[in-house]
Ligand binder design. Sequence first.
Ligand SMILES: Nc1ccn([C@@H]2O[C@H](COP(=O)(O)OP(=O)(O)OP(=O)(O)O)[C@@H](O)[C@H]2O)c(=O)n1
Ligand SMILES: C[C@](O)(CO)[C@H](O)COP(=O)(O)O
Length: 227
Amino acid sequence: MACHLLIPAAGSGKRMGGDRNKLLIPLLEKPILQWTLEAAIASEAIAWIGVMAQPHDYPEFQKIFNRLHTTKPIRLIQGGATRQASVFNGLKALPTEGERVLIHDGARCLATPELFDRCDASLQTMPGFIAAVPVKDTIKIVNGKTIVDTPDRDRLWAAQTPQGFQVDLLKNAHLKAMELGWEVTDDAALFEKVGLPVQIVMGEETNLKVTTPQDLAIAEFILKSRS
Ligand SMILES: Nc1ccn([C@@H]2O[C@H](COP(=O)(O)OP(=O)(O)OP(=O)(O)O)[C@@H](O)[C@H]2O)c(=O)n1
Ligand SMILES: C[C@](O)(CO)[C@H](O)COP(=O)(O)O
C-alpha cells in the first residue's frame, strides 16, 4: 500500500528570529523545505505528499515544488495556528485510501530517505511509532533553578519525526484533543493521552530540527559532510 506523508510547514520560525517562515531560508543554496521534500521524494515508500502551509507562503512553496523532479503528487493544504492544528487539517485532506500516515516536520531537513523507508516498514506492524534517539545528556528536572530529580537516562529518548499512525486512530485522538482542549507538541502525545501504544523506531543523530540560527550552521556542516 502506498504511503502518504504529511509535512507540517505552516510555522513562522519565531525562534529563528527572521521575518519569514524559516523553511524558506536557504541552506547550501536550497530552501530548507526543498531538502526535506527531496529526501521524501527519494524514499521508495512514499507515494503522496501533503504540505501544510500558511496561504501567504503558497507562492514561494509552489516555486519549490516546481523545481522538484518527481511524478509523486505534492499537495498544498492550509495550515492552522499550531502544529497540532496543521496536522489535523492534513489528516482531513488525506486521500481516502490512506489507512496509515507518516508525519514529518518540514524543519527536519536532514532526515534520510532510508529513515522514511524504515519508518514505513515499521508502520505496517504497529498502530503508532515515533523516530527517536537515546538521550546522551544527563537530564535534570528542576523547580525554578533547583534540581528536583535526575531521571534514569536509560529510559529517556529524544523524540523526532517521522512519526506514523493508523489514520482513524490518530483522527479520533485529534478530535478528542479538540473536545478537551489538549495542546501537545507532537502526535505521539495524543496517542499516549488516549491510551494507545506508541513504539520507538531508531531515528538518526543527524535528524535535527532546524529551530535556531545555530542549527542552520550545524545542518550546513552535516550536509557538506555528505557530499
Ligand atoms: N502552526 C504551525 C506551527 C508549526 N508548524 C510546523 O511544525 C514543524 C515544527 O515546528 P517548529 O520547528 O516549532 O517551527 P515553527 O513553529 O516555525 O518555529 P517557532 O516555534 O520557533 O516559531 C515545522 O516544520 C513548522 O513549520 C506547522 O505546520 N504549523
Ligand atoms: C514533533 C517534534 O519535532 C518532535 O521532536 C517536536 O515536538 C515539534 O515541536 P516543537 O515545539 O517545535 O519542538
